[in-house]
Ligand binder design. Sequence first.
Ligand SMILES: Cc1ncc(COP(=O)(O)O)c(C=O)c1O
Length: 389
Amino acid sequence: VSDGVEGQERIYLDGNSLGPPTPRVAEALAAWVRDWGEHLIGGWNELGWWDLPVTVGDRIARLVGAAPGQVVAADSVTVNLYRLLEAAVALRRDRRRVVTAADDFPTDRYLVASVAARAGMEVDAVPIGSLADAVGDDTAVVVASHVHYRTGELADMARVNVTAHHRGALVLWDLSHSVGAVDAALDATDTDLAVGCSYKYLNGGPGAPAWTYVAHRLLESMPNPIPGWVGHLEPFAMADRYVPAAGIRRMLSGTPPVAGLAALDAALEAFDGWTPGMLREHSLTLTGRFLDHVDTTLAGVGFELVTPRARERRGSQVSLQHPQAYAVVQACIDAGVVGDYREPGICRFGFAPRLLTVADVDAAAERIAAVMRAGSWRDPRFAERRTVT
Ligand SMILES: Cc1ncc(COP(=O)(O)O)c(C=O)c1O
């Protein structure tokens, strides 16, 4: 993207927060509005709108190692996570504890606290690397991000799942910072439940519909704590009593966000031909290259590395601590390297494997180093806080 920074291209290291639109998304949205005007109410049947949550869900399933029929796309991550957490707790109501990752994303923390409190359960918040060790015989559910939003640390999904199942607990993963970059093998690791967003590495656009995964083996017994007509077995029977739909449709609640699903469907075309393994390998190449720069190009400029270095312990972002991190990020954006800031004191640089090359990483490191050497972040205009950081 050319943004006029001394004629240079902007290097976008924030695809882990909001991915950019592909040309296909622009085309698909324009066509969607035309189709809507032409088909009107008929669009639900004639254009497949009614089934979009499931057809888009199946496209996402491929990227998280899930067989078809287990993923559905709709609503925000917050709503999807609430649904699954409430359901998981209901399925283990004889138990007293919920294990979660300390300092997880705020939505996850707020939901865990509120759902656990209403179920009369205690919360054990532990470091992301200690989830498996914290599971006991009284654990109802383990709920955590697969990749930590602030540090970029990657949880050991397979080990947590095995340990939790051994103790009779369920596991619910938030894949918001994995899907499209880190290869979560949901079926192969015997994952129970998962959610994730679509506006980060999947490039579905701001507020794109999130998604829910429920393993086939659990579907029949999954309650939906937001029982709405769209998840009903016979939505147009307008029946008095709620009877859940067969399969993954039962996790839907209200009218699907069709415009958002159409945009996401088009965005996902960029992943055709890419396996989760290919995405992960390229992501590791990019983060590995940036970590090399942290030790060389960026050595001695005032950063402290927060993200674990080991391949098996890092996601697709590199987080650097700095006492004036907010101003540093703003100065980097001004110099054509877009990252973001997270409290407390973290510069976050995300590496979207479908967007970036090793040459981009090299150029970004050079520009960040130039900002740091010149001290341009000290300019007072970079300290002004905006609403979204
Ligand atoms: C790990 C994680 N979970 C949940 C959310 C929030 O999702 P939503 O705003 O779609 O509810 C985010 C947003 O960045 C996130 O990073």
